[in-house]
Structures are given as C-alpha cells and as structure tokens.
Ligand binder design. Structure first.
Ligand code: PAF
Length: 291
C-alpha cells in the first residue's frame, strides 16, 4: 500500500490483499464503505460522483474509488489500447475529493486466470442501444462490477447517469441478484456549451468538438418536443444530428427503464454517434405528452 507523498490521506492499493486490509479496518471500526468505480482519466464528472459518495458518508466511513480499464468490456478493434491511462492525475483528483483509497489493480490481479469462466449474463436489456452496437460489452461491464462489489463489499456505489444503460443494468443486477448494495446515480456534468464530460473528449480535434455539440443540442431539441410525444421527440433530435452531418448509431426514446416510451409521463432519450474516430454517448430525461 502506498501513501501519496503530496497527500497522506489517499492510499493507493494495487492488490486485493491491500484493499482487503483497509476495507477490513474500516469495518472493524464500524465504518460503512462506498465505491465509485471508474476506468480512470478522471474529470469533473467523476469528481461529482465522489462528492455524492463522500456526502453520504461519515468520518469513520471509507470511500474507495477503483481505477481499472477493464479489457473484458472492450471488443477486438475497440479503443482498449488507446483508452487514456493517467493514474498520477487521477490520484490528485481523488485527493481533492476526499477519497480514502484508490484501488488500481493490474489486469492479472482482477483476472488472475485470464478471462473468467463464469460471467454475468446482463439479460435482454443488454441487447438494445449500446448492447446492439457493442455485443458483449455489458457482460464485461457487469462482470467487473460484480467482481468489484465482491472485492470492496460496498454498502453504497455511485455510477454516472451519462452511461444511462450501464446505470440501469447495474441497478437491475443488484435487484435481480439480491446484492445488498445501494446504487446511486450521479447527474451528467456538462461543459458550459452542453458537451457532456467524457474521458474520450480529449481525442476530439477542435473541429470535431464543435460537431460533437450536436449530440447535446439534439437532446435539448428532443426534450423540448416532449409535449408532442415520442415520435416528435425523435424527429426533433434527429434533424439536429442530420444538420450537423452526424449519423448516430442510435437516437432512441424509451421509458426510464429502457422499455417502450409511454404516451404520457417520464421517458429517456439516448444517443450515440461517432465524431471522427471518437464514439460519444449522451442522454437526457424527457417528459412526454401533457402530464
Ligand atoms: O463506467 C465505467 O467507467 C466502467 O464501465 C465501469 C463501471 C468502471 C466498469 O469498468
């Protein structure tokens, strides 16, 4: 276990044994444990998740952030190799946000025997949207989240709602498998011009960044069309994407649980598109019909 010289409060655990030691010590003093799982390249969106977790905890409690780029959720040809790894900067963010332990294991520490034989079947919701474009992605996500839950044994885990389908599936896994963990969703954090923060934004050229603004603009247009119903919502959003010369992988209106949208009531609009070589996702809540 290494303490950062610049901030004695953040510990870096890279093995299961180190993590177990610090979690057990917190449990022994009666503390609760919260987990913010990440793949690193931390930004203000992650920092806000850490603040959400910290604010739910007391002085004897333990806030763990994991930093692990999980190979199991990347298909061959996706951006596993170019995914940014910025551990020193990540530790600095965690120090500012009052994280107690950063769990940053090597791949072998998480998957000592290579790919696991037993994985989490994410079920039918994982065949839609992101899952339709990235088959196997959510099997990888839920498997590593289940492993992190097993290793950290948190009382509380905070996930960003920018990855809305992931958030929905994690909640579903926790409910369906009776895991004793409270899953909290953090709001999407945006730049002033609407771009949702993402670790992948750093790959956008200035021109691509301007084009990428069409995703959040499309979602705003879609949400404004809410009173006219789901079809109008979809048309309003798609016309913004077409005008920006973007062809989305999907632009869909759903119920909050990712089923068919209701005629009236709460819904969700979700979009994914490649801008240059960088794939971005975003979503917003929408109120449909007259309710
Ligand atoms: O959202 C992410 O960063 C990842 O999918 C997660 C939840 C940390 C699992 O690898």
């Amino acid at each position: 276990m290494t303490a950062r010289p610049s901030d004695e409060q953040v510990m870096l655990a890279s093995t299961r044994a180190e993590l177990h030691g610090v979690v057990s010590a917190a449990r022994a003093r009666g503390g609760r444990v919260a987990l913010v799982p990440t793949m690193g390249a931390l930004h203000e969106g992650h920092a806000s998740l850490m603040r959400t977790a910290r604010s739910a905890l007391g002085a004897d409690d333990l806030l763990v952030t994991s930093v692990f780029v999980n190979p199991l959720q990347f298909a061959p040809g996706e951006d596993l190799d170019r995914y940014p790894r910025t551990l020193d900067a990540d530790l600095a963010v965690c120090a500012v946000e009052g994280v107690d332990v950063v769990f940053a294991p090597a791949v072998d520490e998480v998957y000592p025997g290579g790919d696991p034989h037993v994985t989490v079947d994410p079920g039918p919701l994982a065949t839609l949207l992101e899952g339709a474009v990235r088959p196997g992605h959510f099997r990888g996500v839920l498997t590593v989240v289940a492993k992190l839950f097993g290793l950290v044994q948190p009382d509380l885990a905070v996930f960003g709602q920018k990855d809305y389908q992931q958030f929905t599936l994690v909640r579903r896994m926790v409910a369906d498998l009776c895991l004793p963990i409270e899953v909290v969703g953090g709001e999407t954090v945006r730049e002033d011009d609407g771009l949702a923060l993402s670790s992948r934004n750093r790959f956008l050229s200035a021109e691509e960044r301007t084009q990428a603004l069409a995703l959040s603009a499309a979602l705003r247009a879609a949400a404004e069309a809410g009173p006219s119903g789901a079809t109008a919502v979809r048309e309003a959003g798609l016309s913004v994407l077409v005008a920006a010369d973007l062809q989305p992988d999907y632009f869909e209106v759903t119920s909050p649980g990712l089923g068919a949208p209701p005629d009236e009531g709460e819904g969700r609009v979700l979009v994914a598109a490649k801008v240059g070589t960088t794939r971005l996702i975003d979503n917003v809540a929408v109120t449909l019909g007259r309710s």
